[in-house]
Write a protein that binds this ligand. Structure first.
Ligand code: SAH
Ligand code: SF4
Ligand code: F3S
Length: 479
């Protein structure tokens, strides 16, 4: 997988082309055809939590008489499940609404709904700002969709952006929309209590709450029964997962939950995301070590390598703490454990020396890959209220380019270490370039491409890696 970067792109497609094709970091619903009378089209933006929520929304809408469609022009209802994390994420959605207007003009009865984080952040003002929107629904209000759709059917606009302290949608059986039938996401918690000063998520997703451990295990069990080979447990901060039964007799932390899921089947790979450096425990690392089917890969966002900047970011750890956690990963799980990060370039008041600390942290950790962004001020956050967004855009972009360049170096170093070794690869699909080749991922979440031979999607294949690029390993299946 190539590192995801937050650089602008120029859209020079015709309105028809642009309206028909969602942008590259967007997921569109797959087609379901169960004889329902109305059609729903959903596009999801942002993080995996949002993609996972779209599967919950589809399930709720299915009960209400909707099949999903992958073609917007066939839709009676169009939902954009939106992200607010950076300004550009919101601009993308607004541009997309402009394109969708093209379809609405042809089919005026088409209902347009904004779901997710942008709905929560902007609330009913979205209805005034974007005239084509009929429906605004926040991440904790999806159970109310049937009522809201009824209101819209009755000719009104509808809004529900109430956040909840309890909602986890534990009992809703998601409709797997974009799944390759091999790997699926399971939300284990919602919201975030961390209040990092740059981040809008606590405002858009509300307080942190953990889902009933047994409902998570049941969902994983059902996936195994359907032939899935990999689950990813999702939360903004999985290490603070904590669930207790109502009578308090049973308590489950994240390490214990991981173990419960890993025990379901040795053939089921278990992944998780995201780990917060302040919370990841040695208990989690030892649980990972104990089970071969828990993938040796940790997404451990640093955000910055400088302690003063980390403090301004309210990350509640400093550089030394972060490096201690990395050392613990290396000591317990070894050099081969994959580690990835998120980095923000040009946070408020960051000096050149402090930026250099981020680069030197990357040198030390040798991340397998990173998601890299320049700082984008978000209204209402602590940073927006208390700090000055004083790094000029060109400086932010230059620092980001240096971080990206450093990551390319690290990725290539790490990938070179994989050459000459046999990797267990779970096949997910054909390679993008040829249907004579398969694409899968190894334990460390790296994409591995190899000749198909007699192998197929869903197989575990031992692949001898003989070459690599910055983003991919190449090899040959060995029996
Ligand atoms: N819960 C995860 C992060 C979720 S948001 C964690 O704590 O690591 C995903 C990433 O977006 C963050 O890690 C951060 O790198 C980036 N991000 C969040 N807010 C941002 C902002 N205002 N500007 C730029 N990047 C931001
Ligand atoms: Fe945002 Fe911080 Fe929560 Fe991650 S941990 S979602 S960065 S507030
Ligand atoms: Fe975006 Fe909301 Fe996820 S702001 S990153 S979709 S939690």
């Amino acid at each position: 997988m190539d590192p995801i970067v937050d650089l602008d792109f120029i859209d020079n497609r015709t309105p028809e082309q642009a309206a028909a094709a969602a942008s590259c970091d967007t997921k569109v619903t797959a087609e379901t055809n169960t004889g329902k009378t109305r059609k729903l089209y959903i596009e999801s933006y942002g993080c995996q939590m949002n993609f996972s929520d779209s599967e919950i929304v589809s399930s709720i809408m299915h009960e209400q008489g909707f099949d999903t469609t992958a073609q917007i022009e066939h839709a009676d209802v169009v939902f954009l499940n939106t992200c607010s994390i950076r300004e550009k994420a919101e601009t993308t959605v607004r541009n997309r609404l402009g394109q969708i207007n093209y379809f609405k003009k042809k089919k005026p009865e088409m209902v347009i709904g904004i779901l997710g984080c942008m709905a929560e952040r902007l609330k009913k003002s979205l209805l005034e700002e974007e005239k084509i929107v009929d429906l605004v629904v926040g991440p904790d209000a999806y159970r109310d969709l049937p009522n809201l759709i009824n209101e819209v059917d009755g000719g009104q606009k509808a809004v529900n952006v109430l956040l909840s302290r309890e909602e986890t949608y534990a009992d809703i059986n998601p409709i797997r929309l974009n799944s390759n039938g091999v790997s699926a996401f399971i939300s284990i918690m919602r919201g975030c209590d961390n209040m990092c000063s740059f981040c809008v998520v606590p405002f858009t997703r509300g307080r942190e709450r953990s889902r009933d451990a047994h409902s998570i295990v049941k969902e994983a069990e059902a996936l195994v029964a359907q032939g899935y080979k990999e689950v990813t447990l999702l939360g903004q901060n999985v290490d603070s997962y904590k669930w207790a039964s109502e009578d308090g007799t049973e308590q489950v932390n994240f390490a214990q939950l991981l173990e419960m899921v890993a025990k379901l089947s040795p053939m089921l790979r278990v992944r998780f995301s995201t780990s917060h450096p302040k919370d990841i425990t040695d208990e989690v690392l030892y649980t990972m070590k104990k089970y071969d089917n828990i993938c040796k890969y940790i997404h451990l966002p640093a955000q910055s390598g400088n302690s003063r900047v980390l403090e301004l970011m309210s990350r509640t750890y400093d550089r030394a703490w972060y490096l201690n956690r990395v050392d613990a990963i290396r000591a317990i799980l070894g050099e081969e454990c994959g580690i990835s990060s998120d980095m923000i370039a040009g946070f408020c008041t960051e000096t050149e020396e402090e930026h250099q600390d981020t680069l030197s942290l990357m040198d030390y950790v040798q991340y397998d890959y990173s998601y890299m962004f320049f700082y984008s001020e978000r209204p209402g956050t602590l940073a927006a209220r208390k700090l000055v967004d004083d790094i000029p855009l060109e400086v932010k972009k230059r620092r980001l380019a240096e971080i990206i360049e450093k990551q390319r170096e690290c990725s290539l170093n790490r990938n070179k270490l994989d050459v000459g070794k046999v990797h267990r690869v779970l096949v997910e699909n054909f390679s993008k370039k040829s249907d004579q080749q398969l694409s899968g991922r190894n334990d460390q979440n790296k994409v591995v491409i190899f000749d198909k031979k007699h192998y197929k999607k869903g197989d575990y294949v031992n692949v001898l890696v003989n070459d690599c690029s910055v983003g991919t390993l190449f090899g040959e299946a060995v029996d």
